[in-house]
Ligand binder design. Structure first.
Ligand code: PEP
Ligand code: MG
Length: 756
């Protein structure tokens, strides 16, 4: 059955639309399970289950048989969200007879729910005339089938919904909130060069020119392939030489080239037409049962990417970004954001990642509303379409109606008003009504951050993410280039302290010129682990930092992802070496304070040992939360398990503050938690000396701190610490904030219902 399962899934994957998917499923499952009927019921917008395809029942019943949730056997499978396996269906109390299906002839019934992201999308049913108890293996087969199909159906439905837009209400897609705020704007699809899966769906204006352009690109690739073949001539065996000839053959006017030319002639853009044709062929090859032919899929893909690179290169640099650009893509990076001219980027949507992915953190620091993990969004078809991005709720609307736009415009206006009100706090101290002061610092990385932060009255930088300037380049920056970048930061904030973190790459942060590919990147080669394995990178970075601090003396250095004392000791040794060398070279520098980030559970339990060896500690709550809860911060599937206010996280934070203070060492927090106004109160009550956050949250946090007494914050903390789970903790905070009228700042617009 595994073979049957695999080949059904392969067939489904190459099906052009939802209807074909359903027809393949019913026909092939019926055969694989040697039954007489297989049907699929899908949920409609009224939450009823409609017979959408069948092999065995009367075709005239398709679209006609409709069951409410919990109605009949199908409705019952949907309501209970579990399989129903009946030898004699008629004797079940939920059995209902639908004459149009001819169903009375079938006695046995096995139905399984089709579930995607906890939502029941439909029910997959097999039936048989005689009494038959489907065995456990058969039940397991149908469950496996339905689990595999759920994502395909969800995606096909989403794409289908999109086609209907225009006449109907806007299509809404769910993701995860990435950065708060809302935006109305035009979609610009960001597609990495030569990535066949993310080419935007575009039409061409001048067919003849597009055809000529396509032919030019093909001849460039032909030349490349020939050049490569002649360079490798002596090293290739006969089989490999044939492959090169096959490549050139594929580009022929009678082969792939012909199919693409036809599509361009009917008005499609060359890059889009090419990627569609290539992907279709890749799918066809991948679904072949012969292993040799299946392997050829990667050759077609490789050739496809080569041609695509030429097709995109010419247009890549003159991309047009409208004034209200909403950047949408699969895996956006810092450099893609930097490509959008200043002031035009109004929102970001990523189909991957989650709220603590680094792109979301960057978006928050820039104050750009963002939705992450919108997995079902058919983003390649959205270029140029109007969108609403709701970063509070994590929703995206395509082609919104005027009434929805008007409601979102109100939210936008409200936000502008609130920000204007908050502006007045920028020069006021961050202290409670009973004069308890807590330092509010900022997290930076981009040059723009520094300017925004100073404008908001930041008193220091608690985390300067040095990897961001590294990410914006196409090679490692030299020591001198780094010195200049760091000097700018230090100068901008002097005399306030700037905490520079040594290069923290790995996980979801990779450098284009230093790729790290691992099965388990968040548990792999990250942060200090990389730089200690490459002391030359570490040394040139700290030398650049030290040189940059000459005469300013406001530098602090911080080490990421430390999980062993020995890592700290080696880093300290390297730092001293750099310092001594620079002094010998005649630089008049001071040794900066050194700190360690507490962001893995091992470091929490060694707080005391770390504190006794450094000048300060800083909690990286983003990573600490993911490692304590074993929830990947970058994975939208588990986003609702990533609870920053989980009791285990809160207890770890309290412990770190107590242990650090016991050693007389100050402790700050620079994870995103510090920028949540409600959480900030709890952190202040725990005793954190510094809260470091995205500049866009600074005034909100200050406003909340200035509205309460330390006593109130401590009482709230005490109450929260006695609660068993994140849900009750969040509820408790919501109630407290509503009572004090602070919800407008801490949880804006949370009470407005917009969803249909
Ligand atoms: C953290 O992990 O909380 C942190 C501040 O570092 P980053 O988000 O850059 O991993
Ligand atoms: Mg971290």
């Amino acid at each position: 059955m595994l073979g049957a399962l695999r080949s059904i899934v392969q067939e489904v994957n190459v099906a052009p639309d939802l209807n074909s998917v359903l027809h393949i499923i019913v026909a092939r499952v019926k055969t694989a399970m040697t039954t007489e009927v297989c049907s699929v019921y899908l949920r409609n917008s009224m939450r009823e289950f409609v017979l959408m395809a069948t092999d065995g029942l009367n075709q005239s019943a398709v679209g006609q048989v409709v069951l409410a949730l919990n109605e009949g056997l199908v409705g019952s499978v949907a309501a209970r969200e579990e399989p129903l396996n009946l030898e004699d269906a008629e004797s079940h109390p939920k059995f209902q007879y639908f004459p149009e299906t001819g169903e009375e002839r079938y006695r046995s019934f096995l139905g399984v729910p089709i579930i995607h992201q906890r939502q029941v999308l439909g029910v997959l049913v097999v039936q048989q005339r005689e009494k038959r108890k489907f065995d456990e293996g058969e039940e397991a087969f149908l469950i496996t089938m339905s689990a595999q199909l759920a994502a395909v159906i969800a995606h096909a439905e989403a794409t289908g919904a999109l086609r209907g837009i225009g006449q109907k209400a806007e299509a809404r897609f769910l993701g995860v909130p990435g950065a708060s705020g809302v935006s109305i704007g035009r979609c610009v699809v960001s597609s990495p060069l030569a990535d066949l899966n993310s080419v935007p769906h575009t039409m061409c204006m001048a067919v003849e020119e597009e055809l000529a352009f396509f032919q030019d690109c093909l001849s460039e690739v032909r030349k490349d392939v020939r050049r490569l073949a002649s360079e490798l001539e002596n090293r290739l065996n006969k089989e490999e030489r044939i492959l090169f000839d096959a490549y050139i053959g594929m580009l022929d006017d009678t082969s792939l080239g012909k199919e693409v030319t036809e599509r361009i002639s009917s008005g499609f853009g060359a890059a889009y037409a090419w990627s569609e044709v290539i992907l279709e062929h890749v799918k066809t090859f991948s679904s072949m049962s012969d292993p040799y032919l299946r392997e050829r899929a990667s050759d077609v893909r490789d050739l496809g990417s080569r041609v695509l690179a030429y097709l995109q290169e010419a247009t890549h640099h003159d991309r047009v970004y409208p004034d209200n650009t909403i950047l949408v893509g699969e895996d956006l990076s810092a450099s893609v954001l930097a490509d959008v001219p200043q002031g035009r980027l109004k929102a970001i949507v990523s189909t991957r990642g989650s709220s603590n992915s680094h792109i979301a953190i960057l978006a928050r620091s820039m104050g750009i509303p963002t939705v992450m993990g919108a997995v079902d969004l058919p983003f390649t078809r959205l270029d140029g379409r109007e969108l609403i991005v709701d970063g509070y709720r994590g929703t995206v609307y395509i082609d919104p109606s005027d009434s929805l736009k008007a409601r979102y415009q109100e939210i936008l206006d409200d936000d502008v008003k609130l920000n204007e009100e908050l502006e007045s706090l920028k020069d006021l101290p961050s202290e409670t009504q009973d004069h308890h002061r807590v330092a509010l610092w900022v997290n930076t990385g981009l040059v723009a951050d520094a300017m925004i932060s100073i404008g908001r009255g930041a008193e220091g930088v608690g985390l300067y993410r040095t990897e961001i300037p590294f990410m914006l380049r196409d090679r490692f920056p030299s020591e001198e280039e780094q010195r200049q970048t760091y000097r700018e930061q230090l100068k901008a904030f002097a005399p306030h302290p700037v905490t520079m973190r040594t290069l923290d790459i790995g996980g979801d942060k990779s450098l284009p010129y230093f790729p790290i590919e691992e099965d388990n990147p968040f548990l792999g080669w990250r942060g200090i682990r990389v730089t200690l394995d490459h002391p030359e990178i570490f040394l040139s970075q700290v030398r650049a930092m030290l040189k940059a601090s000459e005469g300013l003396n406001n530098l602090r250095i911080m080490l990421p992802m430390v999980s062993n004392i020995s890592e700290l000791e080696i880093a300290q040794m390297l730092l001293y070496r750099a310092y001594d060398e620079l002094r010998e070279e005649g630089h008049d520098i001071e040794m900066p304070p050194l700190g360690v980030m507490i962001e893995v559970p091992a470091a929490v339990f060694q707080t005391q040992e770390f504190a006794s060896r450094v000048d300060f500690l800083s909690v990286g709550s983003n990573d600490l939360t993911q490692y304590l809860l074993a929830v990947d911060r970058n994975n939208p599937r588990v986003a609702d398990l990533y609870h920053s206010l989980h009791p285990a996280v809160l207890r770890a934070l309290v412990y770190v503050v107590q242990e650090s203070h016991r050693q007389g060492v100050p402790v700050s927090i620079c994870g995103e938690l510090a920028g949540d106004p409600a959480a900030a109160l709890l952190l202040m009550a725990m005793g954190f000396d510094v809260l470091s956050m995205s500049a866009s949250n600074l005034l909100k946090v200050k406003s909340v701190i200035r509205s309460v007494t330390m006593r109130q914050a401590e009482e709230l903390l005490a109450e929260v610490m006695s609660l068993p789970d994140a849900e009750s903790i969040n509820r408790c905070i919501d109630v407290a904030f509503r009572q004090t009228g602070l919800s407008r700042i801490a949880r804006p617009h949370s009470e407005i219902k917009l969803d249909h």
